[in-house]
Design a protein around this ligand. Structure first.
Ligand SMILES: *[C@@H]1O[C@H](CO)[C@@H](O)[C@H](O)[C@H]1NC(C)=O
Ligand SMILES: *[C@@H]1O[C@H](CO)[C@@H](O)[C@H](O)[C@H]1NC(C)=O
Ligand SMILES: *[C@@H]1O[C@H](CO)[C@@H](O)[C@H](O)[C@H]1NC(C)=O
Ligand SMILES: *[C@@H]1O[C@H](CO)[C@@H](O)[C@H](O)[C@H]1NC(C)=O
Length: 475
């Protein structure tokens, strides 16, 4: 048997087995797919938890998909909790230019090093070939809607993969994962977590972050060389099979959107976490590779979930104690609230009462912000109007702006005037935000695969340790 055929056979078997391992999650996806959307308010899925105190504070689980796809299914009481809170905290402060530059540099290889020097020749060659393929396909992947907004394929490709040769292998692996047709099609609208940050800023709320850039970035860089090469190799193998048409993408952004919109919090997602280490019994991976896959999985689970949840929980507690009279809204990736050792568990251990808040359950109004029920809608309308006006003004201003204000490393077509790239998320016509200069925004988390939507900013953090870990690391 020619070696190529053997390899393909192995990969196919591997993928097959992994799909079987995912049966439970898959079942869940199917169930969610059947859920009827446009349900009554009281039946919507809720990612809101109330921290009982006076005034109350909230945890909210965000997701890393275009907000327009989930907004209508977010219960009114979650939106109200957001509007009424005084201070909004995220995982990272994306409005701080330092955050962006630190994220960018954290992903780069040491000065003077190049991927070509670092990667095994075979891997480098396959990576290069795959990226050439993606570049070639990109124009056909983009939707008319994206083109209508002025997003060009060249631009998008350079935005996401422009300096791939300078990135650390682990970030290149994540980048490759985000360069699929399904994920490319979702670019152009702010993802929910970014949208909330923009809204908070627009509503002049105080905002902040519970994590430092390094705390998100360093654990990823801490995987050792052989582990990273293993993960990159498996990722490339998967993409190569996709290209050859021999497998389908097991999970897409569409699936995750469905989860979020109608997933049952009490069902599989909780259970899934208890069986995160994949069962390779039927897998044809050599034993040493099975061990590597498991080691990577436990490393990420420990370093990127449990340790971070612990730290985030402690900082939440400190904030609550420091500002007893303020109502907080903590918007973190949904994955930080699901499963084992969550942020909620940390708070409960510290003596706080934290309760899941189903859709339809009234939240406690803050006296100074008490709206009669339908004035909220009026307010939203007024806000939208104001926003439109602001955008028009901004559009005028932007025409006179230098291209370099928006983008520093453009090779091909100039960016359309209203396109901004913030932390990897390409946003068309965003609301007013402070100007950041000289940062290569899109380089930053462009790697974060948007299908790994359970976490907010570090999408892959959660994804690697939940359903998606198999796709990223094993498949
Ligand atoms: C990487 O880590 C694994 C597990 O901790 C270990 O077995 C392996 O020897 C390490 N490899 C290198 C190159 O350090
Ligand atoms: C990539 O993975 C395949 C299949 O597991 C393996 O045969 C091959 O040796 C790996 N290549 C590298 C460079 O690790
Ligand atoms: C929960 O997390 C701990 C690590 O702190 C782990 O030892 C334990 O096995 C996990 N429990 C389940 C059911 O996964
Ligand atoms: C493993 O293979 C056996 C027989 O081929 C099958 O019955 C079983 O369901 C498989 N288990 C898993 C976890 O794939």
């Amino acid at each position: 048997v020619p070696p190529r055929a053997t390899m393909r056979g192995t990969v196919a078997a591997l993928i097959q087995s992994c799909l079987i391992l995912l049966v439970r999650a898959d079942q869940w996806l199917k169930d969610s797919g059947n859920c009827e959307l446009n349900k009554k308010q009281s039946e919507l899925n809720s990612f809101l938890w109330t921290i009982k105190r006076d005034p109350p504070s909230y945890f909210y689980g965000t997701i890393h998909v275009p907000y327009t796809r989930v907004w209508d299914y977010i219960p009114d009481n979650s939106k109200q909790a957001f509007q009424e809170s005084n201070i909004v905290y995220f995982e990272l402060d994306l409005t701080d230019p330092y955050t962006i530059s630190a994220l960018t540099s954290c992903q780069l290889l040491p000065q003077g090093e190049n991927l070509q020097d670092v990667l095994p020749r075979d891997i480098y060659r396959r990576l290069k070939r795959h990226l050439e393929y993606v570049k070639l396909m990109m124009p056909s992947w983009m939707t008319p809607d994206q083109r209508g907004k002025g997003l060009y394929a060249d631009y998008l490709f350079n935005a996401i993969a422009g300096n791939w040769e300078r990135k650390r292998p682990v970030w290149v692996m994540l980048m490759v994962n985000s360069l699929t047709e399904a994920d490319i099609k979702t670019r152009g609208v702010p993802v929910l977590d970014l949208y909330l940050a923009q809204e908070a800023e627009r509503m002049r709320k105080r905002t902040g972050a519970v994590e430092k850039v390094e705390e998100q970035c360093h654990p990823l860089n801490g995987l050792n060389f052989s582990q990273v090469i293993f993960a990159l190799n498996q990722t490339l193998l998967q993409q190569e099979s996709l290209r050859a048409g021999s497998v389908q993408v097991p999970y897409t952004t569409e699936d995750l959107i469905r989860h979020y919109n109608c997933g049952d919090l009490n069902s599989v997602i909780f259970k899934h976490d208890t069986s995160q280490v994949p069962n390779f019994k039927n897998v044809t991976l050599p034993p040493s590779e099975q061990v590597t896959a498991q080691e990577i999985d436990s490393y990420f689970r420990q370093e990127l979930i449990y340790k971070r949840n612990e730290r985030m929980g402690k900082r939440v507690k400190a904030l609550l104690e420091e500002h007893p009279d303020k109502s907080f809204f903590f918007a973190f990736g949904a994955g930080h609230f699901l499963g084992n050792n969550t942020v909620i568990n940390v708070l409960r251990r510290q003596g706080y009462e934290v309760e899941h808040t189903p859709a339809g359950q009234p939240i406690k109004h803050l006296p100074h912000l008490l709206f009669p029920p339908d004035s909220l809608e009026l307010l939203e309308k007024a806000e939208r109007k104001m926003l439109k006006k602001k955008r028009r003004n901004k559009q005028k201003k932007q025409r006179h702006r230098h291209f370099n204000d928006l983008w520093v490393n453009m090779v091909h077509s100039p960016p359309p005037p209203m396109v901004r790239i913030i932390n990897g998320y390409i946003t068309v016509q965003p609301p007013e935000r402070p100007q950041h200069h000289n940062y290569d925004y899109h380089q930053v988390y462009s790697a974060a695969p948007s299908f790994c939507s359970l976490s907010s900013l570090l999408a892959m953090v959660i994804c690697l340790t939940t359903i998606q870990n198999l796709r990223a690391l094993v498949l």
